[in-house]
Design a protein around this ligand. Structure first.
Ligand code: ATP
Length: 223
């Protein structure tokens, strides 16, 4: 579903990514683990078509993200590290705005909005302004916008960062539920998050892939 080949990216003197390659199969839930500054956000912004790499190719379902940007973006849901939510809008108005921006057919809005709202547990908060919600609920709104167009691929940048422990548990539960229908790649700097959610981990350090393994293999390895 995702094919990343030899991606490199630098910001002037900082080499954020160096020859990063990996693939993700349909149905997998993959954690991109790395410390602050490892290059996770840079990689995710390239995968989602929001940043051009200096080198390399990213394909989603066989389509090049750079040359077929709108088609590939239509197939993925993206939760950025700080989702651009509009604090003055109600949850419902915001999701309707996203449905319009995504150009979803109007006769499908009710079905797709209801599905996203149900999946993210937002039904009781539809009329609340986003700015009045807790960070955990704002994260749910971010996830609702990411799944509104029923993407087969979800890319989540540090989905639990800044949440309190209860909210972390809820968002992890939600991600596990979303994984029943979508392939998921998410970034984190917390090992336990990977252990709690993933089939596979890709460890990124200093802009390079340092390990790419199934969790079951890591657990049985002698070191
Ligand atoms: P974090 O967990 O802190 O968000 P990260 O793993 O997502 O880190 P990136 O944000 O991709 O890492 O950053 C990788 C490197 O590139 C870091 O050294 C960072 O300082 C640098 N960097 C990122 N964005 C820019 C930018 N716009 N301009 C200059 N340097 C940048």
């Amino acid at each position: 579903m995702i094919d990343v080949q030899e991606i490199s990216k630098s910001y002037r003197l900082i080499q954020a990514l160096q020859g990063v390659s990996f693939g993700v199969e349909a149905g997998e839930i993959v954690g991109l683990l790395g410390p602050n500054g490892a290059g996770k956000t840079t990689l995710i912004r390239i995968l989602t078509g929001y940043l051009h790499p200096d080198d390399g190719v990213v394909k989603v379902n066989g389509l090049d993200v750079l040359t077929d940007k709108s088609q590939t973006q239509a197939q993925m849901g993206y939760l950025p590290e700080s989702a651009p939510l509009y604090p003055e809008l109600s949850v419902q108005d915001y999701l309707v705005m996203i449905a319009q921006l995504r150009q979803l057919p109007e006769d499908q809005w009710i079905a797709q909005l209801s599905e996203a709202v149900y999946a993210t547990g937002l039904a009781d908060h539809l009329t609340r302004p986003i700015g009045e919600l807790s960070r955990g609920y704002r994260q749910r709104v971010g996830l609702a916008q990411a799944i509104l167009h029923r993407p087969k691929l979800l890319i989540l940048d540090e989905p639990t960062v800044g949440l309190d422990p209860t909210q972390v548990v809820e968002i992890r539960r939600l991600i596990r539920r979303l994984a029943e229908h979508s392939t998921i790649l998410f970034s984190t700097h917390i090992l336990s998050e990977v252990e709690a959610l993933c089939d596979r981990v890709i460890i990124l350090m200093n802009g390079r892939v340092r390990a790419d393994a199934r969790l079951s293999d890591l657990a049985s390895s002698p070191d």
